[in-house]
Design a protein around this ligand. Structure first.
Ligand code: ZN
Length: 362
């Protein structure tokens, strides 16, 4: 090919047309040579082919910006480049990106009493990127019954007698405390929605039968909402001493909340992702089939979790989760590790009063 490039040939040519044809031939031969030798010609071709699409993308985003700018908030317009998050599929659905469109559905539900028939509202994210941290006691109950005579120390400690439970609810009612659910809590934290006076959250772990037989009628008597964390396989198997699905459906229809407490109540630490999906997503779907909406809050069995569990909470679009750590500061940032206050068998009413009035040491 070297001789084709000899300048001597070009100089000796008199006809410019002939010269042009000759140069074209040289170019064609050059490209063919490059292709046959496996050189850089294909790469160049690819690069050239890519350029127009890349440019058209740029043009597309530029063209879009003016139409978005007037309607969107000011903070949204400079950040179109950050929307594709690094972990594409998992986080894309739930990342709290600044898509803070005020949702009419969400505000509409706020004025209604909690019922099981409401459609699941969208994930609450902090409005204007600002979340509120509130200080609200989340009380943690297990059994509401007199423990049997042969009960071990754990069973005794987890049991609040019906009389004590009633006295505690009576105190709340007479002193202007207002039980709320976690959905109301999330709206207060993210949307700055006003809370009722002296809010408190009543949680009941494990789905024991006395929750239906004893706690439920007392809650109804005072018009209080309870949140019940259920290990769903115990219910599926009609395990003795636990509620059944008919009871749960009845309580859910009365406005009480049912949230997953795993499927089989295992230690969730150091587990494979498939196992976590089985134990976390599974009971969420089971409960949804019975109560009519996807529950959004989780209680870690025995309060145990690790980083994989926390990540799974985020991936499965949970809105919050509770631990067994003592405390009452509830915010958006710590929404998967919200603390609670344990009510024990030997918690005297005076101590209960201190707890719900946030007079305690963490
Ligand atoms: Zn439990």
């Amino acid at each position: 090919m070297a001789q084709n490039l000899d300048p001597q040939d070009a100089l000796s040519s008199r006809s410019s047309g002939l010269f042009g044809s000759f140069m074209l031939l040289i170019v064609v031969l050059f490209i063919m040579g490059a292709v046959l030798s496996g050189g850089e010609a294909p790469a160049t071709a690819v690069a050239i082919a890519n350029t127009p699409t890349a440019e058209s993308n740029v043009l597309a985003t530029v063209a879009n910006t003016p139409t978005i700018a007037p309607t969107a908030t000011v903070t949204n317009s400079p950040t179109p480049t950050q929307t594709p998050s690094p972990t594409a599929t998992a986080t894309a659905t739930q990342t709290p990106t600044p898509s803070i469109t005020p949702n009419p559905l969400w505000t509409a539900t706020a004025t209604l009493p909690p019922t099981a028939t409401l459609p699941p509202p969208p994930l609450p994210t902090p409005q204007d990127g600002i979340s509120t941290t509130v200080r609200i006691p989340i009380l943690m109950y297990h059994y509401i019954s007199v423990p049997p005579k042969d009960a071990d120390v754990y069973r005794v400690d987890l049991s609040v007698t019906p009389d004590n439970f009633r006295a505690q609810m009576q105190y709340l009612a007479e002193n202007g405390h207002t039980p709320i659910d976690f959905y109301t809590l999330s709206r207060a934290i993210t949307n700055h929605e006003p809370l009722p006076p002296k809010p408190v959250i009543l949680t009941f772990d494990d789905g024991y039968l006395d929750n239906y037989e004893t706690a439920y009628p007392i809650l109804q008597e005072f018009g209080f909402v309870g949140t019940f964390f259920i290990p769903t396989e115990f219910i599926d198997n009609n395990r003795a001493g636990y509620m059944n699905w008919l009871m749960i459906e009845e309580m859910a229809a009365a406005g009480h909340r049912f949230e997953p407490h795993s499927r089989t109540h295992p230690d969730l630490r150091a587990r494979e992702n498939d196992y976590l999906i089985w134990e976390i997503l599974g009971p969420q779907e089971t409960l949804a089939a019975h109560i009519g909406y996807a529950p959004r809050y989780f209680a870690y069995p025995s309060g145990r979790y690790d980083d994989s569990v926390l990540l799974m909470m985020q991936r499965l679009d949970f809105w919050g989760a509770v631990t067994t750590v003592a405390g009452a500061d509830l915010g958006f940032e710590n929404r998967f590790t919200w603390p609670r206050l344990r009510i024990r068998n030997n918690t005297p009413l005076g101590e209960f009063i201190d707890l719900v009035n946030l007079q305690f040491e963490e």
